[in-house]
Design a binder for this molecule. Structure first.
Ligand SMILES: Nc1ncnc2c1ncn2[C@@H]1O[C@H](COP(=O)(O)OP(=O)(O)O)[C@@H](O)[C@H]1O
Ligand SMILES: [Mg+2]
Length: 217
């Protein structure tokens, strides 16, 4: 379960990107975070993942209050959260496989176990045969799949995707949504942001809408 209690995030300069927001996301839920560009979606997602800290208010993830965790505890929690960044963060001087392996090497996995896990993640997103190519030669949809494989390689309980379909044609976007559905069906909590609600409407999931850092009607 994820819970925000009166969370405020003020960036340097004083702008309140998240303004006194409270909500709960149930374990295993699939949910959308909607709102215009600048509404605070990325800030909300980074707060959930412990990538940034709130200015005030409390954030609970899996029974831990993030405010109370030390660096090591926060690092451990992050292994249980897969994050797909809005700006990809693909390493273009590494192959597809190396990109997916990296999070496992960073957390000290044995090489053989890491290889097995990375190959499983790559096959789950349908990128078999592309393991050794440079990511630059992948299509936009394939690059997004690479990001999903990298986020899922730890088999996290929570998957966060920040505008995963923003730069994709509708048919590719629907393919990606189907992948998210399959993770959700397997028990993963899936949180997806978008500024365009047209894709969300078809899925009948809860939508939290933001406007200028607050809930929108
Ligand atoms: N690191 C930062 N420093 C200062 N302001 C920021 C920073 N990140 C985001 N903001 C501001 O916070 C607001 C919300 O940003 P963001 O969470 O990225 O919105 P969204 O993802 O909905 O487009 C915007 O006005 C943005 O300019
Ligand atoms: Mg954003």
């Amino acid at each position: 379960m994820i819970r925000f209690e009166q969370v405020v995030k003020t960036y340097p300069g004083g702008y309140r990107a998240v303004d006194n927001v409270s909500f709960t996301i149930q374990q295993g839920e699939m949910i959308f975070i909607a709102g215009h560009s600048g509404a605070g979606k990325t800030t909300i997602l980074k707060l959930i993942a412990g990538i940034i800290q709130p200015t005030s208010g409390k954030i609970w993830v899996n029974n831990s209050c993030l405010n109370d965790l030390n660096r090591d505890q926060l690092g451990f929690l992050r292994q249980h959260i897969g994050f797909i960044f809005q700006d990809h963060k693909i390493l273009y001087d590494r192959t597809t496989l190396e990109n997916v392996l990296l999070p496992l090497y960073i957390t000290g996995y044995d090489k053989d176990v890491a290889l097995k896990r990375a190959n499983l993640a790559i096959s789950k997103v349908g990128l078999e045969g592309k393991e050794n190519v440079d990511p630059i030669s992948l299509s936009g949809g394939e690059q997004q799949r690479l990001c999903i494989a990298r986020a899922m390689v730890h088999q996290p309980g929570i998957l966060i995707a920040d505008e995963p379909s923003a730069n994709l044609d509708r048919s590719y976007a629907l393919d990606i949504m189907e992948l998210f559905e399959s993770f959700h069906k397997a028990g993963t909590t899936v949180i997806i942001s978008a500024h365009d609600e047209s894709l969300m409407a078809d899925y009948g999931r809860r939508i939290i809408r933001f406007k200028e850092g607050r809930f929108a009607a």
